[in-house]
Ligand binder design. Structure first.
Ligand code: NDP
Length: 498
């Protein structure tokens, strides 16, 4: 925790620059007592935060987003140092995160304020309302690949809905988490509405067990299962945003140049370390050879490295390279072909682009998340076959469809088993705060972003107010025979005539 003075626990860890392996800073590993202390402070701030109402919270959140925007260069420097990604990518991520704070702040009241609903024929004597209340304290657990944008999709929406937040960033990006909480504290130090606790997986477990009222987890499917098992012990609700194996579908009439451009960005951007990045590409036979040739030439031009102008940076989590290597080996052993790069593409913390073709659908490069700059391009007969292959995955985060005919794209989107589809672009949804984000299957459940994201961090409160005695009163232990007869007649007249 950033401002706890009397620490008993003195275990620490270092954050590292993945480009050099050099230590950047030392942070405490928050233990159970530290986490409980932070949660208790968050609980004490929750009353103040809730009492501010939507308008008051909106003012604070807009101040917060402005403070982040003004100081974006300093935050970008921390992101770049801890993840190795180029500065431009760090700035883009901050921009998206700030957009989400802005949207959540401005739309919480409209989405969550109490609204009147029809009370129906049986309850004409009552007025009915639906309202949304904050859970209390939300624990947010985040990954390292987009250490601002990704957790902010939970933090901003949880705060706007009236909760306070204790955030546990990935152990690879603690500095980013601390920066975000310190920025809040610089505006409202007496009100610890948003705090960060640093540490490893044990700190994450402590947060899940701390008695918080909801957990928002973003990370791998394997960790999500552990978190869910811990949540089950206390019936703590959970929203889980996990990995993906997103497919890009290219129809025979698609604009190939545009599809190639987006495929290059979607597969290789951020060194492929994007939950909704492009990991499989299914191209219709008539345009397959042209697509592969143009795509190969586009990715060959990329220059990964550790400089400001590099196309993308290193693998932030060093051991992820082993997964990438294993998937390439498995694909080649099963008959896949290499079009760009290969096992030689892995050097130090960097992985040069790898494009594989003709990879059997049971290869791990198709079935498991890669999270590296490696992509499979397989030929299919048509869009229908592409949809079937895309849907064969246990993951269901996102997909993209490239076709000249937007109506065909939208119909394909209906058939794709996943949470978000883009037609003729990739990742476009990230810049639309109104769109809920989340997956199905091994990609998790629940939604962040948009109105659904605000509701995700709210409990629903239903209310009826009786205005006058019911003309036909059945909610009594002294029901009159006449009223029962009327109700039986009403049942037949209203519902029995179909
Ligand atoms: P991990 O699952 O390894 O870790 C996620 C977070 O959980 C980290 O903060 C981690 O802490 C923490 N953690 C680890 N063990 C536990 C535990 N037992 N209890 C509670 N918390 C724990 O994921 P990565 O950080 O490696 O992130 C990459 C993954 O995230 C990929 O699968 C990617 O697809 C997914 N992701 C999903 C997104 C989505 O919105 N769907 C967006 C971005 C990424 P520590 O780091 O200290 O171990």
């Amino acid at each position: 925790m950033t401002d706890q003075i009397d620490r008993v626990n003195e275990r620490t860890f270092e954050s590292l620059d993945p480009r050099t392996g050099l230590a950047l800073a030392t942070y405490p590993i928050a233990d159970t007592a530290d986490v409980e202390f932070a949660v208790a402070r968050a609980r004490s701030a929750a009353t103040w935060w809730d009492a501010l109402g939507f308008a008051g919270r909106r003012t604070w959140l807009l101040k917060y987003k402005s403070a982040i925007a003004r100081d974006a260069a300093s935050l970008a420097a921390v992101i770049t140092a801890e993840t190795g990604k180029p500065d431009d990518d760090a700035i883009l991520e901050i921009q998206l995160g700030v957009e989400h704070i802005d949207w959540a702040a401005r739309n919480a009241e409209k989405t969550l304020k109490q609204r009147k609903v029809g009370s129906g024929l049986l309850a004409v004597n009552q007025k009915a309302y639906v309202g949304y209340r904050p859970f209390g304290v939300v624990g947010v657990i985040g990954p390292w690949n987009y250490p601002v944008f990704t957790p902010m999709g939970s933090i901003a929406y949880a705060l706007a809905a009236g909760n306070t937040v204790v955030f546990k960033p990935s152990e690879l990006t603690p500095g980013v988490g601390v920066w975000l909480a310190e920025k809040w504290a610089s505006l409202a130090a007496p009100h610890p509405v948003f705090q960060t606790v640093t540490g490893d997986g044990s700190t994450g477990t402590a947060l899940v067990e701390s008695g918080v009222d909801k957990i928002a987890f973003t990370g791998s499917t394997a960790t999500a299962k552990k978190v869910m098992a811990t949540c089950a012990k206390s019936l703590t609700p959970l929203v889980a945003e996990c990995g993906g194996k997103d497919a890009m579908l290219v129809d025979s009439d698609a604009n190939i140049a545009a599809a190639v451009e987006f495929a290059t960005f979607g597969a290789m951007g951020n060194a492929g370390q994007t939950c909704a990045g492009v990991e499989r590409i299914y191209v219709a036979a008539p345009v397959y050879d042209r697509f592969v040739a143009e795509f190969a030439s586009a990715v060959r031009a990329l220059k990964p490295g550790g400089t400001k102008t590099s196309s993308y940076g290193p693998m932030t989590l060093g051991k992820q390279s082993d997964i990438v290597r294993g998937q390439i080996e498995d694909a080649l052993a099963k008959g896949g072909k290499v079009v760009v790069g290969g096992l030689d593409s892995l050097h130090g913390p960097y992985v040069d682009p790898v494009v594989l073709t003709d990879v059997p659908e049971d290869s791990t490069a198709i079935t498991e998340e890669t999270f590296g700059p490696t992509v499979v391009v397989n030929k299919v007969r048509n869009l229908e076959e592409a949809i079937a292959r895309a849907n064969a995955s246990k993951y269901g985060l996102g997909a993209s469809v490239f076709t000249k005919d937007a109506a065909v794209g939208r119909r394909a989107a209906e058939k794709l088993d996943c949470g978000v589809v883009t037609v003729n672009s990739v990742l476009g949804f990230a810049a639309v705060p109104a769109l809920p984000f989340g997956g199905t299957g091994d990609s998790g459940f629940g939604r962040i972003h948009g109105a659904d994201g605000l509701r995700e961090f709210s409990t629903v409160k239903s209310l009826t107010v009786q205005g006058f005695a019911a003309p036909v009163d059945l909610l009594t232990m002294n029901r009159k025979a006449r009223n029962v007869k009327i109700s039986v007649l009403a049942l037949k007249l209203r519902h029995g005539r179909g």
